[in-house]
Ligand binder design. Sequence first.
Ligand code: SAH
Length: 210
Amino acid sequence: MVLEIVGMVHQTRLETGCEALSERVLAALRRVERHRFVPSAQIAQAYDNHPLPIGAGQTISQPFIVALMTELMALNADSKVLEVGTGSGYQTAVLAELVAAVYTIEIVEPLGLEAARALAAAGYPNVHTRLGDGHAGWPQEAPFDAIIVTAAASELPQPLIEQLKPGGRLVLPLDAPDGTQSLSVVEKSAAGAITVRPVLRVRFVPFTRH
Ligand code: SAH
């Protein structure tokens, strides 16, 4: 699976600006056991480079997309990260391998509960899970060095921009006017200015609201 991801990162480098995965991200992808986060009916496909259904009409993201989003977050070992859309918990686990603390929010209760169980079973004491609408972020734990949203939003969620540290990055799929979605990197400068850079055409489930 990791070899295929490396190939796809190389193939898309001109669009994404991501030349290659860092050693740290590669190591995290090798360490996380994706089968732990896949429903038992999908176990045989757990190490394929494809999205998979996880119930409630939701999907576990394609490993290539997990890898790319993780790389685009520009993390380091001290980072404090927010994830909106826990889903299966697989992306959460990859982040937890790389950073000091991950705060993750899921709106669909059974998915959030199952992911919390799988993450605890895999042993990630630096992961903090919560059920609810992630649009409001997690103000009690803000600010964050990086934020990832794993469902497609029609506009930038303002509370998440506010909860990003200066110099921090928000990576998310954004709806484009033509009905497609662009994986986008939002940067907040040291002075607080916001820039948005679309990097790749993607297909995510929609961001929902309570
Ligand atoms: N990274 C996850 C992706 C899951 S799909 C994985 O690899 O498994 C996106 C998830 O975002 C879904 O589980 C969906 O229920 C959740 N979601 C959608 N809107 C949300 C919101 N407003 N707040 C929190 N989670 C949300």
